[in-house]
Design a protein around this ligand. Structure first.
Ligand code: M6R
Length: 591
């Protein structure tokens, strides 16, 4: 996710802002920029790549400014697309985090009224909207501009002729640092802590005016008070947002990630251009690790909802196997867009005549340059090696593709979309039960082997659950379709091997219960992931992790969140180095 810093006070704004942005570097970014008020002008620099040596930049001798680190969403990483963005007069500068979902229509409207745009970003419309509404009062202009925005934003703006900053927040974080005769506003606490530990957490709908003699917060047209709190964290704690590990922080970001990914592709209808599917006879997924498991779920969804035959290949195997492809759409799923095996498999798929689509989290990554078509997940930077929020974002894109391609009646599609829209709430409910999951996890932490089982969509859910467990806790965890246990793995079961069972509320439910009874007969401890009102399963298992009721296809989200937390708390109890597990890298750039 992008980073924001704005400053007004007695120090040089460029120095404060650069040091604040450097505190946000851990979040990842591809470009950055600063605007400083100098007399009645704005001095601006924008760069692609890392900030590097803060001393190398001398933007202007002023003490009011804004800055931004950008993680590209709309438009490639480039100086033009980097923030701050300015209006036609060059007097207004804006930095923004979030996604403006109606930016295209706003842009057309503004262009029709003569505004000229320089970048491909959604943010630039904000600068032009403020310009249109500016009549000498910046707060009023920002208020009017944000009333036109749909989506999410945290934004800070300055006008070259005003000695103030105006900021606004809706569904994207913004905190105000309150110093002695200086104020720093930022998207994240680490950017502030070098200057002050007193912060005000802004809330949705807040509008803030920062002047040299103080600040005002407005909400719903009224001036309001918000309490300043003293942050007890070190900078390192603050980078993790107060969470003990990035992995936990990232799991907690999932509701917002789902909202952002849905914003991107869902308005009245599913806004995914599926021209990539024209004339195809089959789909072949190519991916590695967690993205491979997302692909298996994609296969389940596409085959169930569209009838198109789907194969899933490990990218590393596809490279050598080079299977025959027949009018194929090759879908590469990759969070980083840089996994060497996936990139090579994409090149080979193209050579074999397939059309390629990449589902990627990192804008401008190599996969996006190889693929014929690209769909982005909106997970933001993921720092922990274990893929969590990015996996869920991949699933959301897959749901939307499968629903868009399905021949289902519109009313059925709409019902499923409505269910998807409430998914962030369901995930928040699971996060609210974290403590129960922690208790179960802590009972599992002494074992050295585990078996994950499921049926139907429960099989890839189990595979991903087992991968998370082994990757971060170093417990040997295998995953099997429950029906396969009797063909060999039963020999492994017993008191020393707990079994984690995903119970999906579909046609597999009854037979899964039978499988669980068979497992219990081998004396294994059984932990079931099941719906909150399932009173049957508790008769047969040792622990139940409850997840909210949802359509069976969406259990891939609810169950996976529960299993991510289970793995996290097991690893934590074992004292593992969760964010950087031994022998693993976040991006696997070698074959
Ligand atoms: O960036 P990618 O999605 O291509 O990465 C693929 C795998 O390396 C990755 O999913 C890996 O399995 C994760 N660390 C699992 O948590």
């Amino acid at each position: 996710m992008c980073g924001i810093a704005g400053y007004i006070g007695f120090r040089r704004a460029d120095e404060v802002i650069i040091s604040a942005l450097k505190r946000l570097e851990y979040r990842g970014y591809d470009s950055w920029g600063i605007a400083v008020k100098h007399g009645n002008e704005i001095r601006l620099i924008k760069r692609v790549g890392a900030i590097g040596d803060a001393k190398a930049y001398n933007v202007a001798d002023g003490n009011l400014g804004v800055g931004h680190t950008r993680w590209a969403t709309h438009g490639k990483p480039s100086e033009i697309n980097a923030h701050p963005h300015t209006d036609c007069s060059g007097k207004i500068a804006v930095v923004h985090n979030g996604i403006i979902s109606n930016f295209q229509s706003l842009r057309e409207e503004l262009e029709n009224r003569g505004h000229e745009f320089k970048s491909e970003t959604d943010t630039e419309v904000i600068a032009h909207l403020i310009e249109e509404n500016y009549g000498g009062d910046l707060k009023e202009a920002v208020e009017k501009a944000v009333s036109r925005l749909r989506g999410s934003y945290a934004l800070v703006t300055l006008h070259a002729e005003r000695d103030e900053l105006v900021a606004a927040r809706y569904k994207s974080p913004l905190v105000l640092g309150v110093g002695d005769e200086e104020w720093i506003i930022a998207s994240d606490v680490p950017a502030i802590l070098d200057y002050t530990s007193r912060v005000v957490y802004l809330e949705d709908g807040d509008l803030v005016v920062l002047r040299r003699n103080g600040f005002e917060i407005w909400s719903g047209g009224k001036k309001i008070e918000r309490r300043a709190e003293t942050i007890p964290w070190s900078i390192e704690d603050a980078e993790k947002g107060g969470y003990e590990h990035f992995m936990l922080k990232e799991i907690h970001e999932t509701p917002r990630v789902i909202e952002d990914t849905l914003f991107e592709y869902l308005s009245e209808d599913i806004e995914i251009d599926v021209s990539f599917s024209a004339g195809i006879s089959e789909v072949v997924f190519i991916a590695c690790g967690t993205s491979y498991h997302a692909s298996l779920i994609g296969k389940y969804l596409i085959e169930k909802l569209t009838g198109i035959p789907v194969r899933v290949e490990f990218a590393s195997e596809f490279i050598y196997h080079q299977p025959p492809l027949h009018r194929a759409l090759a879908i590469a799923i990759t969070q980083s867009g840089e996994t060497a095996d996936t990139l090579e498999a994409m090149r080979i798929a193209k050579k074999l005549g397939a059309r390629t689509l990449a589902i990627v989290n990192v804008l401008g990554s190599t996969a996006t340059r190889i693929a014929d078509h690209v769909l982005y997940t909106r997970a933001g930077p993921e720092i922990s090696v274990a893929a969590t929020k990015s996996f869920i974002a991949q699933l959301i894109v897959l749901y939307l593709i499968a629903l868009k391609l399905s021949g289902m009646p519109g009313s059925d599609v709409n019902r499923l979309i409505d269910e998807l829209r409430i998914m962030p709430e369901l995930v928040r409910k699971i996060l609210g039960r974290e403590d129960e999951i922690r208790q179960t996890a802590e009972r599992l932490a002494t074992f050295e082997n585990m078996m994950y089982i499921g049926r139907g969509i429960g099989v890839p859910i189990a595979m991903e659950g087992a991968l998370k467990m082994k990757e971060i806790s170093y417990i040997h965890a295998e995953a099997y379709p429950a029906g396969e246990l009797k063909h060999g793995p039963f020999a492994l079961l017993g008191k020393k091997t707990p079994v984690i069972a995903s119970l999906i509320p579909d046609e597999t439910y009854e037979i899964m219960l039978n499988n669980i009874k068979e497992v219990k007969a081998r004396e294994s401890i059984v932990v079931a992931v099941a719906e909150e009102d399932d009173r049957e399963v508790e008769k047969y298992v040792d622990h139940v992790i409850r997840v909210p009721k949802t359509e069976h296809i969406f259990t891939a989200v609810t169950h996976s969140i529960a299993l991510q937390l289970l793995a996290y708390y097991t690893a934590r109890k074992r004292g593992c180095e969760i964010d950087k597990p031994r022998n693993l890298a976040k991006s696997v750039t070698v074959e």
